[in-house]
Ligand binder design. Structure first.
Ligand code: COA
Length: 346
């Protein structure tokens, strides 16, 4: 029944000629410094063998320059994006930044980005959805385009995880890296674009993956700092299990209601948290790994940046009309899957 109403709504949408949002460009940025598993061996009790076999990660990029923050990586990604799409910063209407590492708690990072790129006619805001930050931001941006009032929306996923990772905690410091990826959303003129999504956030996992202090529940004190509560805390096993389940289910649901099989889908683009999560999700869905974008070995988990960094890296292989399923899972828990058709050939 739900399926019927969904198809009817889609049909009506087409009939009424409603605007569809499409990605018209993508670009990424990772800082120069590379933190290898070998270097981590000198910092905590770990080994390249353990990290590689348990996570698939070999190295991650770290922003080391003093005075630089999340917005600076976002700006680098956006500058490349504006150049390749021939877009003037003053033509941007809105910037949405998915991040859990804003430059400051407030003002938001999107604001700072607009200032730094010269987007003088834009407004913006941050979306805090942990590793689902890009997916949730993309959905939000698409609604603005679909409204007909917004023509150019920047959606960026950017995180400087090194600023909230405890480099004495071997269970988390090996996982994360820094980076940013950005896409431009515009009204589709090809018929391709964002087709459907199933997004979720239920709060059931908030104790398993969390920064315990610094918010209104536990404001910063000398004690919270001494207790290292301003770093990422993670209980990895329940997160792992919930990630596999959440991504698999939402991808399955979105494929079902769009009558897609794994053969129909050109690329599965999953959030990069752990190679074993990626293979478990792909196996459960019947996707061969050749159809799954994987770059976790080079960047680790860059939180909101992993999906746009994948799209950036694969951009020259993406053909107009290609069917992509993006899927993510993150702290909260937050998760979901987005189905889109690629709108351009590079
Ligand atoms: N090097 C060596 N040993 C390590 C280690 C490290 N870096 N980190 C943990 N260990 C040890 C543990 O202390 C434990 O030892 P013990 O058995 O003596 O107690 C053992 O390895 C197993 O630890 P465990 O936490 O059970 O490992 P795991 O197989 O669950 O893998 C993660 C840990 C973090 C890699 C995994 O749980 C994971 O990827 N979780 C999800 C992460 C994620 O997706 N996060 C982002 C949200 S999307």
């Amino acid at each position: 029944m739900v399926h019927f109403f969904y198809l009817a709504a889609q049909f009506l949408r087409r009939l009424m000629g409603l605007v569809k949002a499409s990605i018209t460009g993508v670009h990424g940025y990772t800082p120069d410094y590379i933190l290898t598993n070998k270097e981590l061996e000198t910092m905590v009790d770990t080994s390249d063998e353990w990290i590689s076999s348990r996570t698939g990660i070999k190295e991650r990029h770290i922003l080391k320059e003093k005075g630089k923050a999340t917005s600076d990586m976002a700006v680098e990604a956006i500058k490349g994006l504006l150049q390749k799409t021939n877009t003037r910063p003053e033509d941007i209407d809105l910037t949405i930044c998915g991040t859990v590492t804003p430059d400051t708690v407030f003002p938001d990072t999107a604001n700072t980005i607009n200032h730094k790129i010269g987007a003088s006619n834009a407004w913006g805001f941050d979306v805090n959805a942990a590793c689902s930050g890009f997916l949730f931001s993309l959905s939000t941006g698409a609604r603005f385009i679909e409204s007909g009032r917004y023509k150019k929306v920047l959606v960026v996923g950017a995180d400087m995880m090194s600023s909230i990772v405890n480099y004495e905690d071997r269970s988390t410091c090996i996982l994360f890296g820094d980076g940013a990826g950005a896409v431009l959303l515009e009204p589709s003129n090809t018929g391709f674009g964002l087709e459907d999504e199933i997004l979720r956030g239920d709060g059931t996992g908030r104790d398993y993956l969390v920064m315990r202090a610094g918010g209104s529940l536990n404001p910063p004190t000398a004690e919270t700092v001494a207790d290292r509560e301003h770093f990422v805390y993670q209980d990895g096993k329940p997160v792992f299990k919930a990630a596999v389940k959440g991504m698999t289910q939402t991808v399955q649901q979105v494929m079902e209601r769009n009558n897609l099989t794994s053969e129909d889908v050109t690329w599965l683009v999953p959030h990069q948290a752990n190679y074993r999560i990626l293979t478990s999700v792909a196996d459960a869905l019947g996707f061969p790994m050749e159809k799954v974008m994987v770059n976790i070995h080079k960047y680790g988990n860059t939180t909101a940046a992993t999906i746009p960094l994948c799209l950036w890296e694969w951009e020259n292989q993406l053909k107009k009309g290609a069917k992509l399923i993006l899927t993510a899972f993150g702290g909260g828990f937050t998760w979901g899957a987005t189905y889109l058709t690629w709108a351009y050939d590079q």
